[in-house]
Design a protein around this ligand. Structure first.
Ligand code: G3I
Length: 345
């Protein structure tokens, strides 16, 4: 080919600047995840996964990581003592495997969504402390072993620090003493040595007593050789409150301990009705949160607590609030979704 023709061919083949920019902007969250080397996850509603093809399609198109919203909690997997019901949790894990998604296990020790046989047994004294400790060990061992090799990370203890920085006065603390936390991590490590083990909590984005107490707890555990690998920031925000502007610095403080950092349950609720202004503020909150995570090398997971307003815990818990997710009820992307796609560190 003559040099002139070669030069012309190269010019014609080169994308125009606008096309280059478009090529850099990912078209969905899965691509955003790959471009940034992070996992982008969502909580999964098992009933919707089973019965709503459009929900299933969006879930599998957009996300590289999943968390069962309720299906792995103790009341779901052992509703009667010794009777395990794994079908819902299996459905989440099996669907994830078929679609190349990693799984966050949620959760092993919590004060909520415990089966009635357990809470009532403790309350009426038929389950004493020694037995309760065995029950907890068996629960952790059974569930973690069942999904060994299929769950990347477990929320081992969920919400164990109170707002004032003291240990939460759950049945675990009052019956077993503070050692239950170290025990839980050790039992989980034994059951699946490769799973990453997390402390997970809310309001950790801004609440100083909680932040300081959680840092101190994890330092103390690690100094005793307890296998804590990561910290999960739930990230339940609302636009009626200021954005927690120091959040990325808080992430760095945990990362400096050598921990993995993850955003585990992000959503941004608002007082209804929805307005364009509120959606814009919501988008800014989501964008700042992702940008914060991307600016901290240890933060490699950004998980939302449900991706559609069709299925969100918010309206059931906060009167008059809602619209907290990235997609609306009909799965149409909201401004927050578009903002995430263009977020950079
Ligand atoms: O499954 C029962 C159903 O049988 C019953 O008929 C119905 C009537 O109330 O309740 C159903 O259980 C509900 C369950 O979700 C499953 O849908 C519970 O009432 C309801 O309280 C429960 O709420 C869950 C909540 O945790 C419980 O604390 C939310 O879906 C779930 O999104 C939420 O998730 C938590 C995270 O695990 C930890 N961080 C905070 C986050 C939001 O609260």
């Amino acid at each position: 080919m003559k040099p002139l023709i070669v030069a012309l061919a190269l010019v014609l083949a080169a994308p125009a600047p606008a096309a280059q920019a478009a090529a850099r902007t990912p078209h969905d969250l899965r691509r955003l995840a790959h471009q940034n080397g992070i996992r982008i996850g969502t909580a999964v509603d098992v009933a919707a996964l089973r019965t709503e093809p459009d929900y299933r399609a969006a879930l599998n198109r957009e996300f590289t990581n999943v968390t069962a919203e309720n299906a792995m909690k103790w009341e779901s997997v052992e509703p009667q003592r010794g009777v395990h019901t794994w079908a819902d949790a299996d459905a989440v894990v099996d669907n994830a495997r078929r679609h190349g998604q990693q799984v966050r296990g949620h959760n092993l020790v919590w004060h909520n969504q415990l089966p009635a046989w357990l809470t009532e047994g403790v309350q009426n004294g038929t389950i004493g402390a020694a037995e309760l400790r065995r029950i907890l060990r068996d629960h952790i061992t059974t569930e973690v072993r069942r999904y060994k090799g299929r769950i990347r990370a477990w929320d081992v203890v969920n919400e164990v620090i109170d707002e004032d920085g003291t240990l939460r006065k759950s049945i675990w603390l009052t019956q077993l003493g503070p050692g239950y936390i170290a025990d839980a991590f050790r039992w989980a490590r034994q059951a699946d040595p490769r799973a990453k083990l997390y402390v997970n909590d809310y309001n950790l984005e801004w609440n100083s007593p909680k932040i300081e107490a959680t840092l101190a707890l994890i330092k103390d555990l690690r100094s005793q050789g307890v296998p804590v690998d990561g910290i999960g920031f739930q990230g339940h925000l609302g636009i009626q409150y200021d954005y927690p502007g120091d959040w990325a610095n808080v992430m760095r403080r945990f990362a400096d301990l050598g921990l993995e950092v993850a955003v585990t349950e992000m959503d941004v609720r608002m007082v209804l009705p929805v307005t364009p202004e509120k959606l814009a503020t919501q988008a800014a909150y989501y964008g700042r949160a992702l940008t914060g995570c991307l600016s901290v090398p240890a933060c490699k997971e950004f998980t939302v607590w449900g991706f559609t307003d069709r299925h969100s815990w918010v309206p059931g818990w906060f009167d008059g609030e809602g619209a907290a997710c990235l997609l609306d009820e009909s799965l149409t992307p909201k401004p927050a979704y578009t903002t995430l796609l263009t977020s950079t560190p």
